[in-house]
Design a protein around this ligand. Structure first.
Ligand code: FDA
Length: 368
């Protein structure tokens, strides 16, 4: 008899399994995919780690979480500095002094600030009612129209005027020449890929892949005293209150016999006439020196139940449904819900690790 059946071998399930095993508990980890790692899984294509479910850059301000992941893999000093192509011109991201120079030729923070503030005054709204009004109120017309509008419309498949304002809560603006996308103290890519971290977490633990919990629910549940469930909470309750909605992605991978396709790991494509939102060139995450390269075009797509669920659509309707599912989950004594799908929430990797560590702590304080 196992102490825990862990449904989902993503970061949440793997951290929980690792910590529970350290406490002497016996775990069985299952996943419906043919591999462990969940969305951080990397596929090795001729020596290049391809981020199969989208580009993953580890970043955190939390020293404890940084030390935690460094137990399993060393990290390189990759710094995410994406660029964006708009109407044939390249711009640095996030919005900083380089971007403003490329847009207006401004050379000092004072000059850039004057333009942004005057555009906010002219085009902004006191009570923004949609994403467009919100963005105009936060950053003004030029940055919005050059680097936000069409990209965001592709991402969500809707006009910016039809999207809710809350999607953009703030738009970080930097008046320094700093292209480092994240503000965090620690950042990098695990040397050898994310699989190394997952393999380290799951070392010595029983694993079964290609196993869908819902296809053998009773048999699997009978194997353990408790279940840790990291799949979709609405599926767990048989969609009793309806589907929780997501935005999906499609990835088109191409191996090219060229050493360096775009000179950067992440290049965004802002224009609406380009169907994908960005191209990832994976070798640059690890400073690869191969003679070939692998690129991924990322397309944003409408989600249907057969597709991978990527980004929760956090509108009132879905939140209401989620709260109903959550209320059901709180009545369970032998099922622990955690991770992005069970909590219907976008989490970065460092946040999911923190959340899994917290849940394990809670579990063991209570039961030990
Ligand atoms: P995850 O989805 O990884 O794992 C859940 C697992 O459960 C899956 O393997 C699934 O197959 C399995 N499962 C579900 N139902 C099941 C069932 N019925 N039976 C068996 N198994 C089942 N974060 C960051 O810090 N930096 C970044 O750059 C990025 N980039 C990024 C890009 C994109 C496109 C996305 C969507 C997300 C990111 N993230 C990120 C976030 C990161 O992916 C996320 O924090 C973790 O992968 C979440 O781990 P979980 O374990 O919660 O879910």
């Amino acid at each position: 008899m196992y102490d825990y059946l862990i449904v989902g071998a993503g970061l949440f399930g793997s951290v929980f399994a690792h910590e529970a095993t350290k406490k002497g508990k016996k775990c069985l980890v299952i996943d419906k995919r043919d591999h462990v790692g969940g969305n951080v899984y990397c596929e090795n294509v001729d020596g290049i780690n391809v981020h199969k479910y989208g580009a993953h850059i580890f970043h955190t301000n939390d020293k404890d979480i940084w030390d935690y992941v460094n137990q399993f893999a060393e990290f390189n000093n990759y710094v995410n500095s994406p660029v964006s192509i708009s109407k044939g011109k390249l711009y640095n991201l996030p919005f900083n002094m380089n971007t403003f120079y490329q847009l207006w030729g401004t050379k000092t923070p004072e000059e850039a600030k004057t333009i942004i503030e005057s555009q906010i005054k002219e085009f902004g709204y006191k009570n923004p009612k949609n994403l467009e009004e919100q963005a105009l109120s936060l950053i003004g017309k030029d940055v919005y129209e050059t680097l936000i509008k069409e990209y965001t419309e592709k991402q969500w498949g809707k006009k910016a005027t039809e999207l809710p304002a809350f999607i953009i809560k703030r738009l970080p603006v930097r008046y320094t020449f700093n292209n480092n996308y994240f503000n965090d103290a620690y950042q990098g890519i695990p040397i050898g890929g994310y699989n190394k971290i997952i393999d380290g977490l799951l070392k010595g633990i029983d694993i079964k892949t290609n196993v869908d919990f819902f296809k053998e629910k009773d048999t699997l549940s009978s194997l353990a005293k408790k279940i840790v469930f990291t799949g979709k909470i609405d599926e767990f309750y048989n969609y009793e209150y309806g589907n929780l909605e997501y935005r999906s992605l499609r990835f088109e991978n191409t191996k090219l016999e060229t050493e360096n396709y775009q000179g950067n790991a992440v290049v965004n494509y802002n224009d609406s006439n380009v169907p994908y939102t960005r191209i990832i060139e994976h070798k640059h995450f690890e400073f690869g020196k191969q003679k070939h390269t692998v690129i991924t075009k990322e397309f944003s797509e409408q989600w249907t139940t057969e597709k991978e669920a990527y980004y929760p659509i956090n509108n009132d309707e879905n939140q209401k449904k989620y709260q109903e599912y959550k209320a059901l989950s709180l009545q369970e004594s032998d099922v622990i819900f955690g991770g992005r799908l069970a909590e219907y929430k976008y989490y970065d990797m460092h946040q999911i690790i923190a959340s899994a560590l917290q849940k394990t702590k809670k579990e063991f304080n209570e039961s030990v």
